[in-house]
Design a protein around this ligand. Structure first.
Ligand SMILES: [Zn+2]
Length: 164
């Protein structure tokens, strides 16, 4: 898979995504990060091109961390492996609606908000339920469709991760 011809670089634009050998691969399970049935929603999903860079103080054995100085580590994690990691967090991952970032300021008109942010949230602040594992959400929520496809993809990636 590769970005469509109009894209500039990377995975930021994937309308009309075409499968190819350059698909972003999940570093944990080794499978493609491209998810979805053929549709406009099909494309890379997850933590893509994530990077961490060590510092002088963090170099293992010569500092107090585990990431080497002046070394950039780049990786991808598919959504299934992210969910697997979230489940193991001692501190639960936070959830919220990203549109909460587009609330109007006190006294600001919609036109002023659009001018400032490009888009506004007009329905008021939206809370999200606390995080639950994807398997639990699919099991609990009757409105979710394609449950069998979810279970099949989850099991495929679990098997690909091997013993973990
Ligand atoms: Zn994965």
């Amino acid at each position: 898979m590769s970005p469509c011809p109009e894209s500039q670089e990377g995975y930021g634009h994937w309308d009309d995504w075409v499968d190819g050998p350059d698909d972003p691969m999940c570093n944990l399970c080794g499978l493609s990060c491209v998810l979805g049935l053929p549709s406009p929603a099909r494309g890379p999903h997850g933590l893509l091109d994530a990077q961490v860079i060590g510092g002088y103080e963090s170099t293992p054995g010569n500092g107090c961390g585990a990431v080497d100085d002046m070394t950039r580590y780049t990786f991808n994690l598919c959504e299934f492996c992210l969910d697997w990691l979230f489940e193991r967090f001692k501190v639960p991952v936070k959830t919220d609606d990203p549109m909460n970032d587009y609330m109007l300021r006190e006294g600001e008109s919609v036109a002023e908000g659009v001018e400032r942010m490009g888009v506004v949230r007009v329905m008021g602040h939206c809370d999200k339920p606390a995080w639950r594992p994807a398997t639990q959400r699919v099991f609990d929520d009757e409105w979710r469709r394609d449950k069998q496809e979810f279970y099949a993809e989850r099991d495929k990636r679990k098997a690909a991760r091997g013993c973990i």
